[in-house]
Design a protein around this ligand. Structure first.
Ligand SMILES: Nc1ncnc2c1ncn2[C@@H]1O[C@H](COP(=O)(O)OP(=O)(O)O)[C@@H](O)[C@H]1O
Ligand SMILES: Nc1nc2c(ncn2[C@H]2C[C@H](O)[C@@H](COP(=O)(O)O)O2)c(=O)[nH]1
Length: 214
């Protein structure tokens, strides 16, 4: 039983690599709630009003995903729960949540994380982190085309995305819930190039071999 979690900024390629990796390993893919997420468009329209609600929504849906993924065989999760606090901290630092909301959210998150310790597997076996530059991130957000994520929808998203990248660097360095591997998302086009796709899969499989998980 091997559980892999993807991490990385918006548009890094997590969902795409989750699909590729799950197909390659014969695992089940677990995606975060985006298309069916009723709060996400509200958040992008009015971040200060909906930051807390969106965070609670993601926490709830991700926790359900994790409970399913950590008890079944061979799964790939398209974002780790460990990134949730990064998002909320950043939004709070940008003035979109107050200290009471931050304190309540943290308490709830840590309370729920305690529950994970009772599961057969307490953390993923491997975190696969996709690193991207701002230019790559923006190119992919544009390519995917969700209207409310576009700079034309809200030009202040440029600052939001650049700040997000600044939070991700230290987050990845400090991440220690499981072994981890960094994929160069600028270098590898695992959508258009079969060769790049193979190179990325090989890096991940080599790491799984090294860990005795494959
Ligand atoms: N390595 C890559 N090279 C080129 N395009 C990519 C790559 N990874 C993802 N994409 C494209 O970028 C967009 C965002 O990818 P997605 O997997 O949805 O990102 P995430 O789940 O991290 O937000 C999609 O249109 C996808 O086809
Ligand atoms: N404020 C938050 N936004 C979040 C969180 N997790 C995801 N998201 C947003 C970012 C994207 O617009 C969308 C999907 O994320 P992808 O990286 O998969 O494109 O949801 C969060 O915890 N807080």
């Amino acid at each position: 039983m091997t559980v892999i979690a993807l991490s990385g900024p918006i548009g890094a390629g997590k969902s795409t690599l989750t699909k590729i990796l799950a197909a390659d390993l014969g695992s089940q893919a677990f995606y975060e709630s985006v298309e069916d997420n009723p709060v996400l468009p509200l958040f992008y329209a009015d971040p200060a009003k909906y930051a807390f609600l969106l965070q609670i929504y993601f926490l709830n849906t991700r926790f359900r995903n994790i409970k399913d993924a950590l008890v079944a065989d061979n799964n790939v999760l398209d974002r780790s729960i460990y990134e949730d606090e990064l998002f909320f901290q950043m939004n709070a630092d940008m003035g979109r949540a107050n200290q009471t909301e931050v304190d309540i959210y943290r308490d709830l998150l840590h309370n729920m994380m305690e529950e994970l310790k009772t599961l057969p597997k307490k953390a993923p076996d491997l975190l696969v982190h996709i690193d991207v530059s701002y230019d790559t991130m923006l190119k992919r957000i544009t390519k995917r085309g969700r209207s409310f994520e576009q700079l034309s929808y809200d030009p202040t998203l440029e600052t939001y995305y650049k700040t997000l990248l600044e939070y991700y660097g230290p987050w990845y360095e400090n991440y220690n819930y499981s072994p981890k591997i960094r994929i160069d998302g600028d270098k590898y086009d695992f959508v258009e190039s079969k060769e790049d796709q193979t190179a990325v899969i090989t890096q991940i499989e080599d790491k799984l071999h090294e860990l005795g998980q494959l």
